[in-house]
Design a protein around this ligand. Structure first.
Ligand SMILES: [Zn+2]
Ligand SMILES: [Zn+2]
Length: 273
């Protein structure tokens, strides 16, 4: 398997390690390639805790990744990317790739994060949706359908992030037609835009889930429609850069995939899974 991770966070965002620390972690893990995808800046209303890059940090992040690209040339292929939030303004500089992500929805003029914590997820659903988790999920997927149009991304980040705290169906039933139809409608739109979908193990390394995003029913649908995937760790520390990649690969294969997209100097290419 061609070991590459394109979803990587650092101390510029909510990661624990520096850019170089992540490079060294990737080398220790046997990666041939690493892409950085720090969080694009969000306004305070959508990021009260400041987990995204401040505008003045963004050029410093870019410089640091580009310096590492030079320093580790021949040892590790490094790409400069960004996790472009649907609520961020488009970047002014060019990046090798963008991961487009939805981390929350706006309701009643208030930002409701889907991935902050179990208690916040339950609380905002109670307060703003009268406890109707499926209605919250429907709003999430309406936004997810717009992620490529709004962010101009090449990769769709954690497609079903709204299930982060729902393992075992503890909040809502993922087989419910309201849920499935909302998600499948979004998938149809994104598949028409020829996006690459992440098989993302991030919530596994952080102990929230035992399986990657997205759910098998969506992976099978993507495969049937000849969509592309890539395996990523959404890593926030140097020791999780290829976390559960074997499991993600097995899952993708069980859903019908035989190839994964990898980024090269000449663009995305398909490699055997
Ligand atoms: Zn994300
Ligand atoms: Zn991320």
């Amino acid at each position: 398997m061609y070991l590459q991770n394109l979803h990587t966070h650092t101390v510029f965002g909510d990661g624990k390690d520096t850019v170089e620390g992540m490079v060294q972690g990737a080398l220790r893990s046997g990666c041939v390639s690493l892409g950085f995808s720090e969080h694009s800046h969000l306004p305070a209303a959508a990021d009260p805790d400041g987990y995204t890059m401040r505008p003045e940090e963004t050029p410093v992040y870019r410089d640091e990744v580009l310096q590492m690209q030079e320093k580790y040339a021949g040892k590790l292929e490094i790409f400069l990317g960004l996790e472009q939030d649907i609520d961020s303004i488009l970047p002014q500089n060019s990046y090798d790739y963008l991961i487009g992500s939805v981390h929350g929805v706006w309701k009643d003029g208030i930002y409701l994060p889907v991935d902050e914590s179990r208690d916040v997820f339950a609380g905002v659903t109670e307060e703003h949706y009268n406890g109707d988790f499926l209605a919250f999920a429907q709003d999430y997927y309406r936004r997810e359908a717009e992620v490529c149009g709004r962010t101009k991304c090449q990769i769709a980040g954690h497609f079903d992030l709204v299930t982060k705290f729902n393992e075992g169906g503890c909040f809502f039933d993922e087989s419910d037609a309201r849920y499935r139809n909302a998600a499948l409608e979004a998938l149809e739109v994104l598949l028409q835009q020829d996006l690459i979908f992440e098989v993302n193990t991030g919530a596994m390394s952080r102990g929230y889930r035992t399986v990657p995003y997205p759910a098998p029913m969506f992976l099978k649908f993507i495969c049937e429609k000849n969509g592309r995937i890539c395996i990523t760790s959404d890593s926030h520390s140097a020791d999780t850069i290829i976390h559960a990649f074997d499991q993600a690969r097995e899952l993708a294969r069980s859903c019908g995939f035989r190839e994964t997209a990898v980024l090269t100097k000449t663009g995305f290419q398909m490699q055997a899974l």
